[in-house]
Write a protein that binds this ligand. Structure first.
Ligand SMILES: [Zn+2]
Length: 242
């Protein structure tokens, strides 16, 4: 990763360049929910070429950074009211709260909206339903992804045990007995990010530290993990605060 910057209007925008494997053909520019700018460039791209691509889209980047910053200030703290946006699998969904004592309490994802039916629209009650829903979705998705990923790794002979644990600053960890621990908030991130965290922990079953050998395994199993990690870091403030 290297850091560069460009000028737009009176502001300077810093961006990190992430070199990704040659499979990708072109330069891709991302603006994350925290306002960070990441440029994914195929390995071997020359710096002037990258800078040119960034400058060409400077207006778009500046607008998106401004929007992200503005949203961040509005997002905190969560109120659990209709109209607020919440993430699920990397997508922003608008929350719709129905207070109804006739219907069973439920949380559903319908046409891009997260619809919550509760006895009251009191934020604490809505929050509780949503936390339970996220946790149930997390358990199902993480389990499926863990099976899939573990099946492709030579040193994993049986699917490790999975445990969910809400953590403030960590997406996952791996216990000494080989249990994979994942933060249910991770289900708010893109599938690719979920896979990255799972893979990271699976590599710890072989290498228990962040040694060069550990990173070699990560590179081998997910060549673009640095870009995926950037994406996850870029939304962590947004999804860990809820
Ligand atoms: Zn680690």
């Amino acid at each position: 990763m290297s850091l560069q910057s460009f000028q737009y209007g009176s502001d300077t925008y810093e961006y990190s360049i992430c070199h990704i494997p040659l499979r990708a053909e072109k330069i891709a520019i991302h603006v994350f929910p925290n306002g960070a700018i990441q440029v994914d460039a195929p390995e071997g791209s020359a710096l002037p070429e990258i800078k040119k691509a960034v400058l060409k889209r400077s207006r778009w980047i500046a607008r998106n950074v401004q929007e992200a910053r503005e949203r961040l200030t509005h997002i905190l703290p969560r109120e659990y009211k209709s109209g607020e946006s919440h993430f699920y699998l990397g997508r922003r969904h608008v929350l719709k709260v129905h207070a109804s004592s006739d219907n069973q309490p439920s949380v559903k994802l319908l046409r891009g909206k997260l619809e919550v039916v509760c006895k009251t629209s009191e934020p604490g009650v809505v929050r509780k339903s949503m936390v339970q829903w996220y946790r149930a979705r997390a358990a199902q998705i993480f389990h499926a992804r863990l099976m899939e990923r573990a099946g492709r790794i030579s040193w994993v002979t049986e699917t490790p045990k999975l445990k969910l644990l809400t953590m403030k600053k960590q997406w996952g960890s791996c216990s000494s007995s080989g249990t994979i621990i994942l933060n249910p908030h991770l289900v708010k991130a893109h599938r690719e990010c979920i896979d990255y965290v799972i893979l990271h922990e699976l590599c710890h079953l072989k290498e228990h530290n962040h040694s060069p050998r550990f990173y070699r395994e990560l590179d081998r199993h997910m060549p673009n993990w640095r870009s995926v990690k950037g994406r996850l870091d870029g939304m962590s403030e947004t999804i860990l605060v809820s």
